[in-house]
Ligand binder design. Structure first.
Ligand code: SAM
Ligand code: DTB
Ligand code: SF4
Length: 334
């Protein structure tokens, strides 16, 4: 059974389902304060107010990726100067997870620059999941495409979440990546769901796309039979040597407008009320005021630490000061 064929879950009383592109476009078109007001109301119906979940990322295998994602520093097609590494040792990963826990993180996300893991990598990956879980952290991995048996093996090891982004609207996918299709992405998400792992899927805005594309992106997520439990909204981090990073360096006006970014977060919150909406890449160059608007719009999860996978992140000191200033507190583990 494919993701699109799975039986729709029962909606909650009062929950709006069956989102059309037109209805989502109407959300984007609203006066900003009306949009923010509704987003915050929806947020408070389903999530604790003023709380933000903290996750930490670690690149467990960096660079040398055969895929050609136009935004990514880790693609072999990018001239980003990144040194490719082998899969990290389990012990080194666990050390890094212990540090993340000390810094207040409740979820540890391990990312590998692969098109897909090889079956021979699975035992080491399973050991990482087991070890991180034993520390009392939630686990997340993002490793590229998974077969059903790989997803089952990771589920058995205790993997809580799998991140696999649809990245953009289906009709724009081929403009960003040519080495795989949107359908390939959905197939892996099906395998992850079928194995009983929570789904984390979102994408990137600020790749020079149109408003209509952003509407299509949110629609593709919200119209899944079961929307992802976690929805990362990344603002493109323009990396020199990547197709999109170089394109934006030449046309700075193509960069996403802050308010348009906030509108995208609000649309995700309203259309996927029960999901965690993750304010992901791009915070490093975002003002505190824009981030505050994103929290108002329903974002309730961030990546902490001074590094994402390869790109810089805001860092614990800056984030600690911002959360204190906004009166936001870290969410305890579920
Ligand atoms: N290789 C795996 C895959 O692509 O599924 C996992 C790692 S990949 C780096 C995870 C996600 O990070 C991508 O799907 C993309 O949405 C996001 N990402 C990568 N580079 C980015 C950038 N420069 N700016 C914003 N988001 C980025
Ligand atoms: C996601 O959507 N954003 C995170 C996580 N999933 C793995 C990664 C962002 C990567 C930003 C670019 C970098 O660090 O290389
Ligand atoms: Fe590879 Fe993932 Fe980067 Fe695409 S986003 S090039 S699949 S590491």
């Amino acid at each position: 059974m494919t993701l699109l064929q799975t039986i729709e879950r029962e909606p909650e009383v009062g929950e709006r389902v069956g989102w059309t592109r037109a209805a989502i476009a109407e959300l984007f078109d609203r006066p900003l304060l009306d949009l923010l007001f509704e987003a915050q109301q929806v947020h408070r119906e389903h999530h604790p107010a003023n709380q933000v979940q903290l996750s930490t990322l670690l690149s467990i295998k960096t660079g040398g990726c055969p895929e050609d994602c136009g935004y990514c520093s880790q693609s072999v097609k990018a001239d980003s100067g990144l040194k490719a590494t082998k899969l990290m040792d389990v012990q080194a990963v666990l050390q890094s997870a212990a540090q993340a826990k000390d810094h207040g993180s409740t979820r540890f996300c391990m990312g590998a620059a692969w098109r897909n893991p090889k079956d021979k990598d699975i035992p080491a990956l399973a050991a990482m999941v087991k070890g991180v879980r034993e520390m009392g952290l939630e686990t997340c991995m993002t490793l590229g495409m998974l077969t059903p048996s790989q997803a089952e093996a990771l589920a058995e090891a205790g993997l809580d979440y799998y991140n696999h982004n649809i990245d953009t609207a289906p009709e724009n996918y081929g403009n960003v990546i040519s080495t795989r299709t949107f359908e390939d992405r959905l197939d892996t998400l099906d395998n992850v769901r079928a194995a009983g792992i929570n789904v984390c899927s979102g994408g990137i805005v600020g790749m020079g796309e149109t408003r209509e594309t952003r509407v299509g992106f949110i629609h593709a997520l919200a119209s899944m039979p079961e929307p992802p439990e976690s929805v990362p909204i990344n603002a493109l981090v323009p990396v020199k040597g990547t197709v999109l990073g170089d394109m934006l360096a030449d046309t700075p006006l193509a960069r996403i407008d802050d308010i348009e970014f906030v509108r995208t977060v609000a649309a995700a919150r309203i259309t996927m009320p029960r999901s965690m909406v993750r304010l992901s890449a791009g915070r490093e160059s975002m003002s505190e005021s824009t981030q505050a608007l994103c929290f108002m719009a329903g974002a309730n999860s961030i990546f902490t630490g001074d590094k994402l996978l390869t790109a810089p992140n805001a860092g614990d000191d800056r984030d600690g000061a911002m959360l204190a200033k906004l009166g936001l507190t870290p969410m305890e583990m579920a």
